[in-house]
Design a protein around this ligand. Structure first.
Ligand code: LLP
Length: 386
């Protein structure tokens, strides 16, 4: 803090080692989520004065206990498919539709119809859907998703703005969209922009708000500005925590400049990444041509992020946390692909042996929900720790 960078807190799982080993004994691969961490993160959003409404992007982790925890903290839920909408109402039948957003991409017609029928706020990002399905949109109020011309984020595959991205209406088409909307008596009550995922720069969001607020002034019917999600979490040992103080200061400032609009955020990762760990069992430890590998009972089938984004997740040997003798290993899974590597050149206990429990850290976001049954391997189990 003295150096202006927020310190990384000790991860919750260090104090829960015995409980985690017990869960692992019931079978691996297994995701375990700590709800206290989710609650603490939700409170960062609810404690940010400039934010009028916060929504959790449930695509990051739709586990029912996590959804309930987040909703109980006063946040809403952002969905991107009818499947997610149905899951939300099956989990929380009493939830007001006003606490749900629908922000789909290239969704089929029936998903828009279903969302409108439920009274959920729908976000649209193209003119073609309006023109193709006038009977779906006529007389509706909706939010417009914009592409502000650039994408941000931890990897090219998660940048959702700019010419290479499929998301958002380009600014040059805003007038044409508003004309098409007018014809159908469609009212644009919100402007939305989500430019990517895993954005480190806390200044990013007030820039988005400023841009959208300037446009909103000229649209005239806008009440709400949704500046998306994308807040980063510190995956590597070197990365600092997201600078909440700086983020809040920027939002306060820009909200004071444009006080007329309700400010909405919709993070996924920030709320749940650090609440989750993936527990694996060591299957084999093998040396080949000078490379030592620790094999685990799941890899890219349980956690795709390292293989598709070269993402870093801390990996620890839960049975030997205090071992001081370490060696360098690649940590690999059992899938028949050379890309099935969870971590390259990791320092892990030299004594690591078959049967040890590995913990893959910060796996609560885009972990289980992206797991698959490739090679006909079973999906991981899931557990909650209170
Ligand atoms: N809002 C919209 C419209 C989104 O598309 C997303 C994420 C979010 C909010 C939440 O973004 P977050 O706060 O979680 O960064 N599988 C990738 C991330 C894909 C994000 C997709 N959209 C990963 O594991 O890094």
């Amino acid at each position: 803090i003295a150096h202006g960078k927020p310190e990384r807190a000790r991860p919750w799982w260090v104090g829960k080692r015995e409980a985690l080993l017990e869960r692992a004994a019931a079978g691996t691969p297994r995701y375990v989520y700590d709800l206290a961490t989710v609650r603490e993160r939700a409170r960062v959003l609810t404690g940010t004065a400039a934010i009028d409404r916060g929504f959790f992007a449930i695509k990051a982790n739709p586990h029912p206990a996590i959804l309930r925890t987040i909703v109980n903290e006063g946040l809403g839920l952002e969905c991107v498919s009818l499947g997610e909408i149905e899951h939300v109402f099956a989990t929380l039948p009493e939830l007001s539709p006003q606490r749900v957003l629908f922000t789909p991409s290239f969704a089929p017609r029936r998903e828009y119809e279903a969302a409108f029928a439920k009274g959920i706020t729908v976000t649209l990002d193209n003119i073609e859907a309006l023109q193709r399905w006038p009977e779906v949109f006529r007389g509706r109020t909706l939010w417009l998703r914009l592409d502000l011309g650039h994408g941000e984020g931890h990897h090219a595959k998660v940048k959702t703005g700019g010419v290479a991205a499929k998301f958002g209406l380009p600014l040059a088409k805003v007038d044409a969209f508003l004309d098409a909307a007018r014809v159908l008596d469609v009212r644009v009550s919100g402007l939305h922009a989500h430019l990517g995922s895993g954005i480190d720069d806390p200044q990013h969001w007030h820039g988005v708000y400023a841009h959208l607020a300037g446009l909103a002034d000229s649209v005239g019917t806008v009440e709400t500005i949704d500046i998306g999600g994308g807040l980063s979490v510190p995956y590597t040992p070197e990365s600092a925590h997201f600078d909440v103080a700086l983020w809040r200061a920027g939002l306060d400032e820009i909200k004071a400049a444009y006080p007329r609009y309700g400010l909405v955020v919709e993070p996924g990762r920030y709320l749940v990444a650090e609440c989750g760990v993936l527990l694996l069992s060591v299957t084999q430890v093998v040396e080949k041509d000078g490379v030592r590998r620790i094999g685990a009972d799941a890899g890219m089938n349980a956690l795709m992020r390292p293989s598709i984004y070269d993402a870093y997740h801390g990996i620890h040997n839960l049975d030997r946390l205090d071992d001081t003798q370490s060696q360098t290993f690649d940590v690999v899974g059992p899938i028949c692909e050379s890309g099935d590597v969870l971590g390259f050149e990791r320092a892990l206990p030299a004594a690591t042996a078959q049967g040890d429990v590995l913990l893959v850290a910060d796996a609560g976001a885009y972990g289980m929900v992206m797991a698959n049954t490739y090679n006909l391997r079973a999906l991981p189990a899931e557990d909650i720790i209170e």
